[in-house]
Design a protein around this ligand. Structure first.
Ligand code: ADP
Length: 398
């Protein structure tokens, strides 16, 4: 089965075409367009290229297209990308303005251009469907909650992949299989030995998720991807009173505050240097105190959330690092795990230094009771796998 993954950024369109079988995935083609203002011409050109390169005879020979949709009102999971998905994206377009309109347009383009091709949406919130109500709710009045204001969580595709891959690495096939089947069969009952994982997705956008027996119990991101850890240029967690107070004292509107918190905050706002972790580390090494503060605040926030999940899960078996910073920043990984030997967490400095540049491996010491691992992110592949499972199971049932 060939599966096209369409990645619609706010200003870019990237795609990958995979050949999917039960045994695995192979990449057939990939490409993309930058500085995109309209998706339809890009999709047309991509289809032309895929035909010209001989990957498909006609556009309609694609078996499925997968979309990594971000946030839907009253809808989550891995579902057919139909009118229900378009309505859900529309319902929260104010909360995810950079993503929801883009995905709605992309889905409509495919609907019109190749109506016979199966379209599947994998929501970034899907992995958090089974989080306890006590952890998913904010303490707000009922009419606010009726609007759908709750802790949603994001990076679901990435953290779910980590849940599955981590279980494979520690030879817990019972848990890995539970994760593989999660979106098609639900979690079911689990009576095996507990597997407690903290997954740190640290990139341009970052989050920490607690995963018990393959299922997320909570995550650092909340209602929108605006919350949790300091992000590249977005604020992360902020006390709700800060916004009315800053508006009043700085004489700015709520819209101006929103722009400052979504574009000029996070690592960029704290460091005053850059939104890129590499530049910040370089500036900190050269003595820039604000850059050092940005790095330290990021580390502190990762430890804050990891500590919370450690406590909630009653212990820990694996910490996993992924995405640009998690896969490459050896120093930050060491800082996150520093001084935790009494909790059974001990990094092997040589192993830590050796795992970077897209490598997978264990970076904890032999006598660390908690395994610390690095797992490269591959979001397109994760989506292709979930789409394949969704379509294959749907076909098996029909
Ligand atoms: P996105 O969330 O946009 O997909 P990535 O997962 O690619 O982003 O992560 C981007 C982040 O990873 C940037 O902040 C970048 O500085 C950081 N990064 C990439 N390589 C390194 C490195 N060698 N050391 C430290 N940080 C790195």
């Amino acid at each position: 089965m060939n599966v096209l993954v369409a990645n619609l950024g706010s200003t870019s369109f990237k795609y990958r075409l995979f050949d999917m079988t039960e045994a695995g995935a192979s990449l057939l083609a990939s490409g993309g367009f930058e500085r995109v203002s309209e998706y339809s011409p890009c999709i047309e050109k991509m289809l032309e290229d895929l035909v010209a390169e001989g990957h498909i005879g006609l556009a309609d020979e694609l078996d499925a297209v997968g979309f990594k949709t971000v946030l839907g009102k009253d809808l989550s999971g891995c579902v057919d990308a139909d009118d229900q998905v378009l309505t859900a994206l529309e319902g929260f377009k104010e909360v995810a303005p950079a993503h929801n309109p883009a995905y709605a347009e992309g889905i409509r383009c495919f609907q019109q251009r190749c109506p016979g091709v199966r379209r599947v949406a994998l929501f970034e919130t899907a992995f958090y469907q089974w989080v306890d109500a006590a952890a998913a709710n904010y303490a707000i009045p009922a009419d606010w909650r009726a609007l759908g204001i709750r802790r949603n969580g994001f990076h679901g595709a990435s953290h779910k992949f980590i849940a599955e891959r981590t279980a494979e690495l520690v030879e817990r096939n019972d848990v890995a299989e539970r994760v593989r089947q999660l979106y098609v069969q639900g979690p079911g009952e689990f009576s095996g030995v507990p597997l407690r994982v903290i997954s740190c997705h640290l990139g341009g956008s970052s989050s920490v998720t607690g995963i018990l027996n393959g299922i997320a119990i909570g995550t650092s991101m909340g209602f929108s991807p605006q919350s949790g850890l300091p992000q590249n240029n977005r604020v992360g967690d902020l006390d709700s009173m800060a916004i009315p107070y800053a508006c009043k004292m700085l004489g700015i509107t709520v819209e101006e505050a929103e722009t400052q918190l979504t574009q000029y905050s996070g690592l960029l706002g704290l460091s005053g240097v850059s939104n890129d972790a590499r530049d910040i580390r370089e500036a900190a090494a050269a003595g820039n105190a604000d850059a050092q503060l940005a790095n330290d605040a990021m580390v502190d926030s990762i430890r804050h959330w990891a500590g919370s999940f450690f406590f909630k899960m009653g212990g820990l078996d694996v910490i996993s690092f992924t995405a640009g910073i998690g896969e490459n920043d050896v120093t930050l990984r060491a800082e996150v795990c520093a001084g935790l030997q009494d909790l059974g967490i001990l990094i092997d400095p040589d192993a830590n230094a050796a795992i970077r540049g897209g490598k997978e491996g264990v970076i904890s010491a032999a006598d660390s009771t908690v395994k610390v691992v690095v797992i490269p992110a591959n979001e397109e592949l994760v989506i292709a796998r979930e789409v394949f499972r969704h379509v294959a199971v749907g076909d098996a049932l029909s």
